[in-house]
Design a protein around this ligand. Sequence first.
Ligand code: SAM
Length: 281
Amino acid sequence: MVNVTSPREITQLLSENNLSPLKKFGQNFLCDENIVGKIAGGIGLAESDYVLEIGTGLGALTRALSVRAKKVVSVEIDTGLLALHSKTLSGFSNVTVIEGDILKCDLQEICRTYFGGRPFHVCGNLPYYITSKILMMLLESEAPILSITAMVQKEVAQRLCAQPGDTDYSSLTASCLYYGRPEILFEVSRNCFYPAPDVDSAILRFSLDEPLCDVPREKYVKIVRAAFSMRRKTLLNNLKSLGSADSVITILKNCNIDPKTRAQSLTPVQFCSLAKEFFQK
Ligand code: SAM
């Protein structure tokens, strides 16, 4: 069986099949068995759990998930790599690899077809060129996702875990906090990949709890986006896109928020209160 965390064996396998790592698909293969184990172990899987993996690659993480879960479905876009799975994933009988673009997959359909509609965990060493799109797609999918454990660029992880008041706290951070709690499990050096990317990485874990509040997501996100539309402007100035100055001042007063505050200092709970005042009265 090929050692898919050995750069030498990866290079050999790819070149024997006239392939090489494709930059356009963000192909940086994880080459550290210890890190692979820490990621799969970090999910806290039980033997009865179902996992959706994003980006099979050669199957390094897929194998580690396979021995810990009941079933693993892994989505891979690159047909070249799919042809190698008979060599790298044979014998892992609870693994199904689906050829496709994760951004075009219907997660509810995958859940019904492969997991019998049961809740599942998501894991992946994500292709960096579409990390934010994948995270938002997962969060907005309404599929029964229990948690997301993902390798992302270190700066993206830091931005997603930023607290109100931090310079990294952004519209993306506040939007994601509607769904659950992100945390950085550990950092991963660029030297753990073949080929090495230009950036370091971190393992981000998202526990998906009940939504933060009973305000529908679209309304919460509408407030967040309007509030952050011009970072240097005050809340009053940014929220005027949603109503007259007088009505915005009244709403901010009702929520005990100073009109001169900036969006970066607002907590997710305060965004919920604003969304309620704007849209649910
Ligand atoms: N899981 C492997 C590992 O840890 O070594 C590969 C990780 S590599 C960073 C990202 C993988 O995602 C590549 O195999 C790439 O071809 C695949 N990929 C890129 N874009 C994708 C997409 N839109 N949908 C599904 N897979 C994609």
